[in-house]
Design a protein around this ligand. Sequence first.
Ligand SMILES: [Zn+2]
Length: 484
Amino acid sequence: MMKIKNQPRTTAFISAICLAALTYAANILAAGGGAPVVDQNFKIEAGTTLFKNVNVFNGTDNKLYKGINVLVEGTTITKISDDDIAINADHRVIDGQGKTLMPGLIDGHAHVMINNGYGKIESDMDLTDMSYRATIVAERFLMDGFTTVRDMGGPAFGLMRNINSGHLLGPKIFPSGAFVSQTSGHGDFRDRGDVGFSPATSGDIANFEKFGIGAVADGKAEALKATRINLRNGATQIKIMAGGGGSSKYDPIDTVQFSKEETCAIVEAVKDWNTYVGAHVYNDRAMNRLMDCGVKSFEHGFFMNEETMQRISKEGVYVVPQMWGLSPDLAKNPLMPADKIPLVAKLQQQFGDYGKKLIANDVKVVFASDYVGVFADAERARRYEIWWRGESFGDNFEVLKQMTSTAGELMALSGPRNPYAASGKLGVVEVGAAADLILVDGNPLKDLSVIGGNDKWFDADPAYTLIPTIHIVMKDGVIYRDEL
Ligand SMILES: [Zn+2]
């Protein structure tokens, strides 16, 4: 039996799931032969794994390829065949027994570091609280089959580094760093009394800004500085707030935020870093301004007219909506301010067919859980979103593409800022793609519950339980969950 030289430091966690996960990891590590090894820096090295007799959903085709063998060498998929694939005797063989092998799931819009109510973050937390909770959120993402998460606001850099180095369990993280917002924008979380007209009358800055969740910047110079600080820290893309929102106090949802000059200046600086800008946005005027400046992904985007939608389609902008925003259950979300519920209900009625219209207009859509709030609710919110998307788009294949191949394309827009490029493409099962794979019992094209979809949201059991139909989770060739 091989000895593990260093246990990942995650053993310090007390959550049962964490211990379970470590047990899986340890089992695999102890398997010997082609099994992965942990080096002195905690990094788990991938070995060689053959998945035998699996049905493949490849992320791009609306079918399962039956009776396939898939070879993983190191961090990459190297062979896919319906013939036998020869391997060495000491390599790991997983007999899939007709289960479905598919790309690891991708969440295109999450906030791993915003893991409590806003009021709590402002009054009762520091960065260590948020960081500790984020390690649990990250680990549960991975256990739920999410091998990649684009983090659209929050100081997730250290978390990413420690996951990438093998100290913590979690998905590949594409961090945006602090979202950049104007004063009274969607990222301005200061209290009413904190804002004055001059430095002498201004109070302190919000915890949101102190922790690096959001940056308030006005004018070209400040906006560029906030953008460049994020790029300096390792942002893979930049997130800006281009309009009002549902969950904040001082920015009505109809507002347009950041002038054209500010927006275009940010986009140019980010293009110079060979990556792209994603924007929180809801209304037509803001969306058209963003497209004029070259913004590549629209977060949410719900309230757009036909003409804007067609322009989005033509220009190939990705739309990343959390569809729960249009769910009748939204009113039960504890983060929803009571006074915004009537307006939201009206908008929901007007834009209820948003999902189907996006597809009819051939818009590239990516999955978003966009959960912010008490960390222990993140999984049940995400699982609800998977189910609700099936309802919203009326097409499981479409939803699966949003969680795999289309999301992988969006991640690739980070270009040289993508820390994971060496492993290969994300979101697909093909030769040369990253070995980010899950093995599930059942056919997700027919039933999204096999990847966790659940019609219960805040009425679901709050305790975290593993999704029983997910048997294997592999990231970069290393198996983190093994229940075969
Ligand atoms: Zn968000």
